[in-house]
Design a binder for this molecule. Structure first.
Ligand code: ADP
Ligand code: MG
Length: 314
């Protein structure tokens, strides 16, 4: 293709909200054999919602939520935001007409007054969060977090989590003072175009794959909904780039589509890194393409544009 053709293609991309960083990326996209999608925020809307709160101890439901929300208050994770949002509604309905001065304060500060003080907070990437509340250890996260801290998951709790996961939800486990006290179920719906895009890629001869830090069962349930057969789950943040490299081994050209900080090493490792425009700045920086409309259909636009620009018509 001539420099003019590349310029034209870049312009066509821009008009469709597909930002292309350079001619090399534009050229590589035509040869893509695998498209590896991140799950959360890429295939899904990234707007997690709490659907289930189940307490497995004597603790009062309100106290459980308060403890949980207090532990997640310092986390930036979408799951933490979903929990805080739920807790905010809960504490409002607990006392909608507060007669003290708190009624004059914003929702935000009423919430912070309701939360407990958490000390020694730490976020454990790919696992969850840990902190101390009232001198006792609080853990909020997945099985591997609890296993790491030596906390047993009773059979009835495990069964409850499995049921959530089979319904494409993520089960978040909560432990207090070395005991499992409850589970929260979170749902994150698929983007409306996700299944159609996966189908379209297959028709184009491109193989779709899903990669996620979430557990295998939830991953399988979500993959089934979009009809992706090839998945990698329970991948630690650093592992996503390794997944990319494993598909590049035989010389195949690999595209990665992602939105999170977790995805940026994989976006950089991919031959074609595609960031969701609504994603984090680090992901956008690491990528070759940015989808400004946040629409997965533009993954197809990107490949198609490259094919039309570089494939000679015979
Ligand atoms: P993804 O690849 O889907 O973006 P992450 O690597 O961010 O996933 O997280 C993997 C898993 O770790 C989550 O599905 C969740 O079970 C757990 N996790 C991570 N951060 C948190 C948190 N702040 N609260 C609860 N669970 C968390
Ligand atoms: Mg993501």
């Amino acid at each position: 293709a001539t420099p003019t053709a590349v310029m034209v293609a870049t312009g066509v991309g821009a008009n469709n909200g597909v930002l292309i960083k350079g001619g090399d990326a534009l050229e590589r996209a035509q040869k893509v054999k695998y498209v590896i999608f991140d799950k959360t925020g890429t295939l899904t809307q990234g707007k997690a919602t709490v659907t289930t709160v189940k307490v497995f101890s004597e603790m009062d439901r309100g106290d459980f939520l308060r403890l949980l929300a207090s532990a997640e208050a310092s986390s930036e994770h979408p799951l933490a935001k979903a929990i805080l949002e739920y807790a905010r509604h809960f504490q409002f309905f607990e006392n909608p007409t507060a007669t003290d001065e708190s009624q004059h304060r914003s929702n935000e500060s009423a919430m912070s007054g309701w939360l407990l003080e958490a000390t020694d907070f730490s976020a454990i990437p790919g696992r969850g969060v840990q902190c101390d509340i009232d001198g006792k250890q609080v853990l909020v996260g997945n099985r591997s977090l609890l296993a790491e801290k030596g906390i047993a998951i009773p059979t009835n709790v495990e069964d409850f989590v499995v049921d959530l996961e089979e319904n494409a939800k993520t089960g978040i486990l909560v432990a207090y003072d070395s005991e499992l006290i409850g589970v929260v179920g979170v749902a994150d719906p698929l983007k409306r175009e996700a299944a159609v895009v996966v189908e379209g890629l297959k028709k184009m001869g491109v193989h779709p794959i899903m990669v996620t830090g979430d557990n295998w069962r939830t991953a399988r349930a979500v993959a089934k909904e979009v009809d992706i057969q090839d998945i990698r789950a329970e991948v630690m943040p650093a592992g996503k780039a390794d997944v990319i490299r494993s598909f590049q081994k035989d010389g195949s050209i690999v595209a990665m589509v992602g939105d999170g900080i977790n995805d940026s090493p994989a976006l950089a490792a991919a031959d074609v890194g595609i960031a969701i425009g609504a994603g984090t700045d680090i992901a956008i920086e690491a990528a070759d393409y940015v989808l400004m409309r946040n629409n997965l259909e533009d993954v197809i636009t990107a490949i198609d544009l490259s094919r039309k620009t570089f494939t000679r018509i015979r």
